[in-house]
Write a protein that binds this ligand. Structure first.
Ligand code: SAH
Length: 221
């Protein structure tokens, strides 16, 4: 991490404690996910004034009325993708860039989309400054996916959708997985859709709460 960014012993201790709590809360399949959380300075992805709260297991407000996802949810969504370090992954709803940074440490290449220009700009800058060279953040409506780099082994959607956008399933390779919250504006279920030769299968991983996925194949506003 460049020295311009502070990572004090207290922040390091709080981060290690957060990861210990997560390890006890859920049995993660891929231990690299928790290692990535242990090595990622979450306090740099939240507004300055909230830095001291960065290692609690909750979402926090970021700019433009959006939120940085709860660490447990970041870890869970990443784990459900079952990625290897050779895989190409698409993230929709990059927000602060924190989830992008985690994906960059467990996948081969990360393509991330954020619809709000101010967030996309600051997340992209931070990701670069922190040296995650295999991640790119762009600003456009992610409900279209990003066909240029498709097919993806995994697609992670970090905002709640009214239904599963078929555009995203179309951009998965066979055997690839889409992890997406689907439901109403207030509450969703975390779904994992796996594409196979003759269609797809859907699994339900329980209730969750995300901000809205706004776009052509999401909510209108
Ligand atoms: N993973 C992020 C979560 C941010 S909240 C983090 O932990 O910081 C979800 C984000 O999805 C918001 O920033 C919101 O602007 C973005 N979003 C909503 N609809 C979108 C769309 N259609 N395309 C791209 N981003 C979208």
């Amino acid at each position: 991490m460049p020295s311009a960014y502070p990572d004090t012993p207290i922040q390091q201790r709080h981060r290690a404690e957060m990861v210990d709590r997560l390890r006890h809360q859920h049995q993660f399949r891929d231990q690299r996910v928790l290692k990535a959380l242990a090595e990622t300075p979450r306090h740099l992805f939240v507004p300055d004034i909230l830095r001291s709260n960065a290692y609690g297991d909750h979402s926090l407000p970021i700019d433009s009325g959006q939120t940085i996802s709860q660490p447990l949810m970041v870890a869970l969504q990443t784990d459900l993708l079952e990625l290897t370090d050779r895989d190409r992954v698409l993230e929709i709803g990059a927000g602060s860039g924190y989830q992008t940074a985690i994906l960059a440490q467990v996948a081969g290449q990360v393509f991330a989309l954020e619809r709000l220009p101010a967030l996309a700009r600051s997340a992209d800058r931070l990701i670069r400054d922190l040296g995650y060279r295999n991640a790119t953040i762009r600003c456009f409506d992610g409900t279209y996916g990003w066909s240029e780099f498709a097919p993806y082994r995994g697609i992670l959607v970090a905002a709640g959708a009214p239904s599963i956008p078929s555009t995203l399933i179309d951009q998965l390779e066979v055997g690839g997985r889409l992890v997406i919250p689907v439901g109403t504006e207030r509450s969703q279920r975390l779904l994992r859709i796996t594409r196979n030769d003759d269609g797809s299968t859907t699994e339900d991983f329980g209730p969750c709460q995300f901000v809205k996925l706004v776009g052509k194949f999401g909510w209108e506003s």
